[in-house]
Design a binder for this molecule. Structure first.
Ligand code: F0G
Length: 287
């Protein structure tokens, strides 16, 4: 098992946010994972299984966090890592991490969708295992977060709120909760093509159909968010609760703030990544 100590992240009560929103808010602080994002849960399992099957290298397309995580676990496993990113679209901290951890960074001129295509091509031509969320081991590893939430809270929350980029995390939480799903409230950037929340700058979510199924089964909803709503939620998380997350991570809280929720419900908002990942965006927002 290739591990860096991922998982077991805090579930923090958020009293001031709760007062503001009229519901009982808890923050699942996934920025506390080894590389600063929730991706480590699934990457630990995906890289371990790839190694077990005799692979010598892994590849992924990424808006940055998957790349950093892939680089870290591959280094730990003594494997080669190739990460494909859309040129100029990745936050500084994430790129620095991926490079520092020894990954080969391939930049493509185009969107995340083009990067995905390129990663598939490289997997074929260089015999690498794809460790995007299309790899079932990633989803299985990531599903541990849902079981952890239930353990920490002592029950399934009424609502689970999280950012929606490609949808892998949504699918993973649904798998982890199993039969008894909380209501899923997803926040996505209204302007997916050019949101400042670069982690979720994804025009074509690869898990769109499965996410539709999860929303239907859980009676959930997906809220398109303006840049301003994302910014305001990000600021509240920081100033009300002392948690410094990256901009995309605020989407769950923003979606809860923007939707009608019965008073007193228990809401777990997943904060997916650390604020230090994206010093340019967070520095600008804090100014
Ligand atoms: N929050 C953060 C911080 C992310 O990095 C991502 C996705 C999401 C939310 C959305 O999760 O795609 O499972 O719906 N990041 C991927 C990456 C795309 O390459 O790091 P999703």
């Amino acid at each position: 098992m290739i591990t860096l100590g991922e998982g077991d992240t805090p579930l923090l009560p958020a009293p001031r946010l709760s007062g503001r929103l009229g519901v009982e808010v808890f923050l699942k602080w996934e920025g506390a994972n080894p590389t600063g994002s929730f991706k480590d849960r699934g990457m630990a399992l995906a890289v371990s299984r790839a190694l077990e099957r005799g692979a010598t290298g892994v590849v992924c397309a990424s808006t940055g966090n998957t790349a950093a995580s892939c680089a870290a676990y591959a280094a730990r496993a003594g494997m080669r890592a190739v990460v494909v990113v859309s040129a100029g679209a990745v936050a500084r901290g994430k790129l620095a991490q991926a490079r520092a951890l020894g990954a080969e960074v391939v930049q493509v001129a185009g969107t995340f969708t083009e990067a995905f295509r390129k990663a598939d091509e490289l997997a074929e031509s260089r015999d690498l295992v794809v460790v995007n969320s299309t790899n079932p081991d990633r989803i299985e590893g990531q599903s541990s977060a849902a079981r952890e939430v239930v353990e920490q809270l002592g029950r399934v929350p009424d609502i689970l709120a999280l950012p929606y980029g490609g949808g892998g995390n949504t699918v993973a939480y649904a798998v982890g909760f199993g039969e008894r799903l909380p209501r899923f409230v997803l926040g996505e950037a209204e302007s997916r093509a050019d949101t400042f929340a670069s982690a979720i700058r994804i025009v074509e979510p690869v898990h769109r159909l499965e996410v539709g199924g999860v929303l239907k089964r859980s009676g959930g909803t997906c809220v398109p968010l303006s840049e301003r709503q994302l910014e305001e939620a990000w600021r509240l998380i920081a100033r009300d609760e002392g948690v410094f997350c990256e901009p995309a991570s605020a989407a769950g809280v923003a979606a809860v703030a923007a939707s009608v929720t019965a008073a007193g419900q228990t809401v777990v908002c997943v904060l997916t990544g650390h604020g230090l990942k994206d010093p340019d965006a967070t520095g600008r927002l804090a100014a």
